[in-house]
Design a protein around this ligand. Structure first.
Ligand code: SF4
Ligand code: SF4
Length: 446
């Protein structure tokens, strides 16, 4: 079957339980943001612009665990900021697993190998030597790492170990050139690939997490799925980019870009996602068939943002992961006090102008899962229970390292532009070079 039976059964049982109890609104996935600090400054990220990124401003571990219990979502997506910077991430993951939840660690991948080395050190015994030899051979750990792993780990803290209830959910927005450009740092894509390889070798479950922007080419999305499928990645999440206030303002101020040049309108989303059902047949795309039909423009859905609530240091964020009209002390309080009829798009008409172009998974994927129409339930079941697509090993031929690895990163381009401007006799148009240099300067400052 497409997704592991235990996971599907856990989520299905949760939905059935609430259907029997006739609960009007309940949580399916908790988006837990223990902190908003991040080591990257991705274009389009609202979090690091909307909230304080000071390390002092983070949720205590007890509040994180309490939030999961309070909304009782079967699945918790630990995001942020970069969750691997959270000082008690190991305790948080262990605590959520102990509560019987499915855990997704939504990471930019930069610290994954460090966390997996900790796991190896905690587990070290002579039996691990063949695995370690393979990791060294594949250059996924260094000789120095090897020595440190052999010393073991004696601080008594938990580690993030492989589990059928746990996924690394690695942020990948394209192949090397595009991804490094979006995260505004070269080398990030390569590190993500190494981390994914190491995770698969150690038996972790891995998913990729992709946001599609206006600039993202459809062919590149397919190539990206093919490439990561060849690395035996277990699943992919994909969602259209949304123009939320904090990200738009940053784009104008810092990058001098117009948000409308970057984010997708509904019409554009449907164009980009018109083949999503075929992608779903070829690759293990997480989500419901009904949501895929919605993205492809073949049906309408009504937003059910309350089913994927967001909890962060300021409370329960309403109405959704993207928009902030308030924070509440409790999940039930948020459900009761927010006028949910003010939000979403119904039959093509936006109830709130800010919702007009939104088709994101955190608003609409649960709408697909919670549909009470018999036909929809059947479609979702058929999608879930159909055979899991096999790894697409042909994907190894994809030219994934098409950026800085071949001297074509955005910094390399800027350097080339400087050389041309100094030594050439062009028309004097230095706008492209200036834009690139300004961006590099801004990144350094950040
Ligand atoms: S890695 Fe995630 S949290 Fe960090 S800047 Fe990028 S999108 Fe934002
Ligand atoms: S449609 Fe729903 S998820 Fe999208 S911005 Fe509006 S309230 Fe948020």
């Amino acid at each position: 079957m497409r997704f592991p039976l235990a996971l599907t059964a856990k989520i299905a049982a949760h939905i059935v339980k609430h259907r029997i109890k006739r609960t009007p609104k309940f949580a399916l996935v908790l988006q837990l943001e223990p902190l908003h600090t991040c080591n990257l400054t991705c274009t389009g990220c609202g979090r690091i612009r909307e909230y304080s990124t000071n390390l002092k401003d983070m949720m205590p571990l007890e509040d994180c665990l309490h939030a999961a219990k309070e909304c009782d979502a079967p699945m918790v997506s630990v995001c942020g900021g970069e969750p691997l910077i959270y000082p008690k991430i190991e305790e948080l993951v262990a605590g959520l697993l102990k509560q019987g939840r499915i855990v997704y660690i939504c990471t930019n991948g930069m610290f994954m190998r460090k966390k997996m080395r900790d796991y190896l050190a905690a587990e070290y015994s002579a039996r691990l030597e063949p695995v370690l030899a393979r990791l060294v051979e594949e250059k996924l750990i260094t000789d120095k790492d090897l020595q440190s792993i052999r010393k073991g780990k004696k601080d008594g803290r938990p580690v993030i170990r492989p589990s059928r209830w746990l996924y690394w959910n690695v942020h990948i927005d394209g192949l090397e050139y595009t991804h490094d450009l979006i995260v505004e740092r070269e080398g990030v894509f390569r590190e993500c690939v190494e981390a994914v390889k190491m995770a698969k070798l150690l038996g972790y479950q891995v998913a990729t997490n992709t946001t599609v922007y206006k600039e993202t080419a459809v062919q590149e999305i397919e190539d990206m799925f093919a490439f990561f499928s060849s690395l035996e990645v277990d699943a992919h999440t994909i969602s259209p980019g949304y123009e939320y206030d904090a990200a738009s303002k940053d784009m104008v101020k810092r990058l001098d870009k117009r948000p409308e040049d970057f984010f997708l309108t509904r019409k554009m989303t449907r164009e980009k996602f018109k083949d999503i059902e075929q992608w779903g047949d070829r690759f293990t795309i997480i989500g419901t068939r009904v949501y895929q039909e919605f993205l492809a423009g073949r049906r309408e859905l009504t937003c059910t943002a309350w089913a994927i609530p967001t909890r962060n240091i300021r409370g329960w964020k309403a109405p959704c992961y993207l928009m902030t009209d308030g924070h509440y002390a409790g999940y039930q309080e948020m459900l009761e006090k927010v006028d949910w009829n003010k939000y979403g798009v119904v039959d093509g008409v936006a109830r709130d102008p800010r919702c007009e172009n939104c088709m994101v998974h955190c608003g609409y994927d649960p709408s697909g899962a919670l549909s009470t129409k018999l036909g929809d339930t059947w479609k979702n079941l058929a999608y879930n229970f159909s055979a899991k697509p096999k790894p697409f090993y042909e994907g190894r031929k994809v030219n994934a390292f098409n950026g800085v690895s071949i001297g074509k990163g955005h910094l390399a381009e800027a350097k080339a532009a400087i050389r041309t401007a100094n030594g050439g006799c062009g028309g004097g148009d230095s706008s492209q070079r200036d834009a690139l240099l300004a961006k590099i300067a801004d990144n350094k400052k950040a």
